[in-house]
Design a protein around this ligand. Sequence first.
Ligand code: ADP
Ligand code: ZN
Ligand code: ZN
Length: 703
Amino acid sequence: MQQWADISVQTPAHSPVAGLLTYRHVVTTENSPGLTEGTLVRVPLGSRELLGVVWAVQDHPPATLKEGSVRDIAGVLEALPPLSAAWRQLVQFAAHYYQRSIGEVAMAALPPQLRDLNATQLARRLKKQAAHTAPPAYAAGLPLSAQQTQALAEIAAQPGPFLIFGATGSGKTEVYLQAVQRRLEADPQAQALLMVPEINLTPQLEERIVARFGAEQVVSMHSGMTPAQRLQSWLAAHSGRARIVLGTRMAVFASLPHLQLIIVDEEHDPSYKQQEGARYSARDLAIYRGRLEGAKVILGSATPSLESWHHSRPAQEGGRYQRLLMPERVGRGQLPWVRRVDMNNQPRKTVLSAPLLTAIQARVERGEQCMLLLNRRGYAPVLHCADCGWKSECSHCSAFRVFHKLDRTLRCHHCGFTERVPRACPACGNADIAPLGRGTEQLEEHLAELLIHVRRPDGGPVHILRIDADSTQRKGALQSQLAQVHSGEVDVLVGTQMIAKGHDFRRITLVAAINPDNALFSSDFRAPERLFALLMQAGGRAGREASQSAQSEMWVQTFHPQHDVFAALKKHDYPAFAASQLVEREQAGLPPWSFQALLRADARSQDVAQAFLNAASHALQAQAAQDPDLDGLLAQVSLYPAVPMSIQRVANVERAQMLIESPSRMALQKVLAELHPTLHAQRALPAHKGLIRWLVDVDPLAI
Ligand code: ADP
Ligand code: ZN
Ligand code: ZN
């Protein structure tokens, strides 16, 4: 017997063969009963052999197939159960929605090592996997607070999806764990997926889950794992042996044959959006997957994304998610008292205002911890020559190189270009070049000078620790630095947003945002939302221990103390902030009241990048003149002219973007699909010589 199968394989992003490829399979008595949908296979493509997934099988050749043009499947990975219909549907939906090929999404969703193994090697790997063990008794959960009990009852009784809107430290994580536990106990096969923004940032959570459910029940999935570890986790989940997958955004594609519960912790976090290849939102796909597989979905945050908040408005008003409220912190831990320092009243160039410095000093002398947030790493964002005006620009990017004093380098944070700091101004020879602005390195240095005479209760000097992308490059560095904070060794923690998220620091009583104003004037309409979330999260690190005698504090140094963001922060009033933002968004026709996609082009010159995008847009409009359906669609969709990106040049590549916007998600999707062949056609034109690549970002997070 013979079969013809449509198979998804990895093809280059802009190749003309973007879809599924057809192969033949000869079924013999040895390999019967033949292929089914979802089977993993190896197929020849050109001179290579690639991994593929069977998408459809027929027992006669497709009519369109040219005689003799079809090749045979090279091997079938029989040892693996086929991927489920739901998994394939998820991949197909994601490919379609985010405008990529099925093969690309499917292959990115599978562990990389699977691509390199033939059937024999894979069978050997599978043998090594532990045998199925009887489910152990789980460790008991904490006795629940009233609001935790209430949330769990709603989750059990309602279909969802749910949005838990819970204060930092309100015990959301405990609700997730007990919801998982109930599912796993109710059904001996059930599997749960728990997604977090970044696992490495919160090793505590992994420990907590393993302690509760046992190491053999839980696997992790994130990009920090070795290919061998990723394969092992994937196989454990695919076989049903692992009951819980704890992972970052990539885990949304994990193969989980008995998936019943999906949890997305800190659902507002931008790291759920993939920023290359298929630019998917793992949070949005989680909602889709839950509906597809009949799994309950729980999103949780203290500062939900405005999209999720909007979806969880009352059902009478059109809300589709159920909002569960957990306003109180566990125990008696109080939310911090927010204090705004008006920097207009401080001497010029003040880094730490006098009242903040006094407060830090008092906390440290009492043995309490402080956390200082500054969202800029390095010593200073720019070096500058006052004589001739030279600045430390990157020669490859339209950006400045950052001065790192510790290793005396100028480093571009966009392309990585690094040089020793020059001894004198490269333009005029002036020996007196100076840093402009400040980063975490400088703050750490400055603080050490200011606190030099301060003593801890034990008489020792103040211990300051900096945590940012530079201090944590070495493997294990972050873990050991966090451990120093938890143990109480550290008195003052200085860092970027890395320290603001998720950590359950027990002894921090003062949190300060040193210079949060930049985000207020960003051209990105999501900047206020993001700043508010960051500050609420940062403030949420303070006062988590109820036994602390003193009221905890969150300090904000700003030149705009009356700004809405800070006024809402002072009241810890996310709902009021969200309501005012949503009104503004509605008036401006922005998401969630509209849907957006960005079309981006990279080229050798800015002219070509823009011309390519504009030409595609014009071609589409010309096509609409002949096609009433398309014309009707375009009437609902705005195609804006191409503009340079905010950082126009990176690593000598010029970047342009074009915004496409519509109140109808469907219309936007259809127009994007129509645009696809148009873009391919434009690419080949001589006028667009020098074009490097183009891509589509659907529901972009940054404009
Ligand atoms: P969130 O995820 O909302 O920030 P967590 O679930 O991490 O909150 O809870 C904050 C702290 O309170 C943790 O240290 C946790 O162990 C503790 N906690 C949570 N629920 C309870 C409870 N029911 N009883 C006692 N302590 C709890
Ligand atoms: Zn100079
Ligand atoms: Zn650069």
